[in-house]
Write a protein that binds this ligand. Sequence first.
Ligand code: BES
Ligand code: MN
Ligand code: MN
Length: 495
Amino acid sequence: MSSLTKDFLARYAAESREEFEALLKELVEIPTVSSDPARKPDIARGAQVAADLIRRFGGEAQVYETSGNPIVHGKWGSDPDRPTITVYNHMDVQPASKETEPWRTEPFEFVKDGDKYRGRGTTDDKGPALAALFGARAAMKAGVPVNVRVLWEFEEEIGSPSFQEGITAHRDALATDSVIVSDTIWVSRGKPAAPAGLRGLQGLLFQLTTGETDQHSGVTGGAARNPIAELMQVVTACFDAKTGKVKIPGFYKDVVPPTKREIEDFKRCGFTVKGFMKDHEFRSIRSKDPVDIMKRIWAMPTFEIHGVIGGYQGPGVKTIVPPFAEVKVSCRLVPNQTGDKIAALVEKFVKSQNKDVVVKREHGLSPYGGLTTGPLADAVRRSMKFAFGKEPVFVREGGSIGAVLTMEQVLKAPVMFLGLSLPEHGYHAPNENFDWEQASGGMIAFAKYFEEIAGLGKGGHAAKKAEPAPKKKAAPKKAAPKKAAPKKAATKSKR
Ligand code: BES
Ligand code: MN
Ligand code: MN
């Protein structure tokens, strides 16, 4: 069978560079912000452009509407003797504003700055999506015997509320032997990583209304209740803002701490406190101990507040008492925790602190335990080593991707990861960027991954699917059942 060489793929990447940049520009300049209802038309346009892109690359494209945002599916080949691999990415982005955030360039203008590409969505997740697509094209052109699919979501950044409905309705058309997700980050440049797990997320809103309109604080202050302050009191009862320790009874009950083995992996993964501080532009953080920090960001649940609404926000002081306040909260979840259980604990606790506070739940995402052993994980190892010169470390990552567990369960296919983003690219931050080193390496890694999977053959590939994340017991060696999704994807797989 074909054997892709590094030279051949490096040349392919170099020759594709202008085309890649033009397409990334086209995608970044459509502000597909899923959290903003005013951007609905941009989401629709983004989906059409994405479908056209698939067609330009010689694939068949479908835009599947859902009760939320559409899902775009691309299809190349349907030889039943070849393995079918689906690449998942999301094409929606986080909000961005040059007025309120320190962007140095327009967020929805693609700016090429040497080897760097700036703009919202360059790294999360349009750049990686394109790199994977170019890699797939290289593999197909070289005759690698695989059927390729892409599955592009447009509401990942709001927790994928309609994704399950969407893929369930089209599960036959979306049939695949495995999925590869490119939406995660490395430990640092030169240190490839693949997630051994992702955290889940439960978003919540705390709201308190004590009146109708702003009132003079000289005339009413002292007697009037202050909803912002009451919510602050509730929040500080929920967690210690300095240490991050959550004080809600039962919050940590289901947490399975990382194993010794995982901690050893953490220690060897190349994480440094200095690098972390620099990549994220911190002045100080809650801990100085690297292992403690890694546990905090990858393996422990959190209680976070993202924003407070209420009161006067303009210059100087305006002497009013506000009638309403809202706190935007989320809890990151780790394997074995569930969003429903955590939301119920939080609601009960908040009510016990202040019965007038209304708690609203957002769509929750389950934590995920990834595969780190078996032929697919080895294919990821080899592809990354081939493209970037280093095998990836498999450590947990702290972010959440709602679609992952859903794909595993609905498509009954194993989900692997081949992320290309770096911490310094600024996920969700102002001045988000991507770069040619990661993009071109990504093309090479993806092309190689397809070849690796083709090498496993349809049978070997499907057999892999049968190998569930093993529990403690001896794993059954023989042809296992089709069902990949082990009850709790949350159970850690061993390596
Ligand atoms: N790509 C990230 C998820 C991610 C972050 C994976 C860091 C690995 C490391 C994804 O686009 C994301 O930001 N997800 C959101 C989901 C939420 C808004 C429902 C997240 O994690 O906050
Ligand atoms: Mn993402
Ligand atoms: Mn994101």
